[in-house]
Write a protein that binds this ligand. Structure first.
Ligand SMILES: C[S@@+](CC[C@H](N)C(=O)[O-])C[C@H]1O[C@@H](n2cnc3c(N)ncnc32)[C@H](O)[C@@H]1O
Length: 340
C-alpha cells in the first residue's frame, strides 16, 4: 500500500502556481515545485546559512529557500536554458543567489568556486522539469513530436545516437534495466529492423514503433512508450550515476547538522536515495554489494528523518498531476567523518 499524506497543503499549490504554474493569461506552462512545504520543513533555512539547490529548474525551490530566511543559495543545473532563464532570479536576489551550469555531482567544485567550504543544506529535485518535458524540441516527450534528443545538457550522446548505433542487446538491456520494460527484447529487435530502412530522428517515430510492438489498449493508464522513453532518458543523462555521486558529494559537503533532501519520481531513483540514507544512517539491517558505499562499522553520517519518506497530498496531486509519483527523503548530517 502506498503511503499518502492526507490533508490540505493549499499553500504549496497556490505558491507553486504563483511561481510559475499555469498563468491565468494562458502563457507557457512553467514548472510547479513539488512537495515545496515539506522540502522547506526538511531544510529549515536560517539566516546566514548556505544552501545548494542542485537542480535549479525554474527556481521554485531556490526562491522559496531565499524567501524563508536571509540565507544564500548556490543554484546548479546542467541545462544551459535553465541557468539562462534563472539569471533574472539571480539579479532579483542580489548576491544571495548564484547560479552555475554544472551537474550536481560536481557540487563540491561549484561550492569551492564560491569559497564555500561546507554547506548547511543540499536539495535535489530529480528528473526533468515541465519546461524540458513540454518543449518538443528538447526531445523528451512521446506526446509531442520533436528531435529524438533527451540531453539535459545538450552535450554527449543523444537518444537518437543510442537507438541508431547501439547493438540490439545493448538497447534491450537499457530498456530492461532503466525502464523495467518487460518487452525490451521485442522493442530492441524492432528498432534494429526499422533503422535499416531509415534512422530514428523524431520522438514520434520511436513512440509509434513502441505502440506498434506493444499494442495500445484504450484503458492503458500510461502511454506504451513511457518505459522506453524513461530508460533512454536515464541512460543518455546517466541520471542514476549522477544521483549516487551527488549524494556522496553532499555527504562530504554538509556541515554537522546540515540537511540533505532529495525528491525522486520513480522507483529506481527512490531506491538509490532510500538505500543510501538507510546505509549511511546505520539503518540497513543487512549489507549488500549493490549499495552505494558501505558504512563498514563507522559512525553513521546521517540521522534519517521521516523514515518512510513523504508523499504529496491528494490535493497537491489534483493541482499538479506531475507530483503523483514524487517522494521526498531527507536526513540530517551527523558530526562523523564522510565515508569517501
Ligand atoms: C524537476 S526539475 C527541478 C525543479 C525545481 N526544483 C523548481 O522548483 O523549479 C529538475 C531540474 O534538474 C536538472 N537536473 C537533472 N539532473 C541534473 C544533474 N545531475 N545535475 C544538474 N542538474 C540536473 C534538470 O535539468 C532540471 O532543470
Amino acid at each position: 500500500m502506498k503511503r499518502r499524506k492526507r490533508g490540505g497543503k493549499k499553500g504549496v499549490t497556490d505558491r507553486g502556481r504563483g511561481q510559475g504554474g499555469q498563468p491565468p493569461n494562458g502563457g507557457p506552462v512553467r514548472h510547479i515545485p513539488v512537495l515545496l512545504a515539506d522540502v522547506l520543513r526538511a531544510l529549515a533555512p536560517k539566516a546566514g546559512e548556505r544552501y545548494i539547490d542542485g537542480t535549479l529548474g525554474a527556481g521554485g525551490y531556490a526562491r522559496a529557500i531565499l524567501d524563508a530566511a536571509d540565507c544564500a543559495v548556490l543554484g546548479l543545473d546542467r541545462d544551459p536554458f535553465a541557468i539562462e532563464a534563472g539569471r533574472a532570479l539571480e539579479a532579483e536576489y542580489g548576491g544571495r543567489l548564484k547560479l552555475l551550469e554544472t551537474p550536481f555531482s560536481h557540487m563540491e567544485e561549484a561550492a569551492q568556486a564560491l569559497g564555500w567550504d561546507r554547506v548547511d543544506g543540499v536539495v535535489l529535485d530529480l528528473g526533468v522539469s515541465s519546461m524540458q518535458l513540454d518543449e518538443a524540441e528538447r526531445g523528451f516527450s512521446f506526446m509531442r513530436d520533436g528531435p529524438l534528443d533527451m540531453r539535459m545538457s545538450g552535450k554527449g550522446l543523444s537518444a537518437a545516437d543510442v537507438v541508431n548505433t547501439f547493438e540490439k542487446d545493448e538497447i534491450a538491456d537499457i530498456l530492461y534495466q532503466l525502464g523495467e520494460e518487460r518487452r525490451s527484447r521485442a522493442i530492441a529487435a524492432a528498432i534494429v529492423a526499422d533503422r535499416q530502412r531509415a534512422p530514428f530522428e523524431r520522438t514520434g517515430q520511436l513512440a509509434d514503433l513502441v505502440s506498434r510492438v506493444l499494442g495500445r489498449r484504450h484503458d492503458d493508464a500510461k502511454h506504451p512508450a513511457t518505459r522506453t522513453f524513461q530508460a533512454l532518458r536515464l541512460y543518455v543523462n546517466d541520471e542514476l550515476g549522477e544521483l549516487t555521486r551527488g549524494l556522496e558529494a553532499a555527504e562530504r559537503l554538509l556541515k554537522p547538522g546540515g540537511r540533505l533532501a532529495a525528491v525522486s519520481f520513480h522507483s529506481l531513483e527512490d531506491r538509490i536515495v532510500k538505500r543510501f540514507l538507510q546505509t549511511r544512517s546505520g539503518k540497513q539491517a543487512k549489507s549488500s554489494r549493490y549499495l552505494p558505499g558501505e558504512t563498514q562499522g563507522r559512525a553513521p553520517a546521517f540521522e534519517l528523518m521521516d523514515r518512510h519518506g513523504v508523499e504529496p497530498s491528494e490535493e497537491e496531486i489534483a493541482a499538479n498531476p506531475r507530483a503523483r509519483s514524487a517522494r521526498l527523503r531527507w536526513a540530517i548530517r551527523t558530526a562523523s567523518d564522510p565515508i569517501h
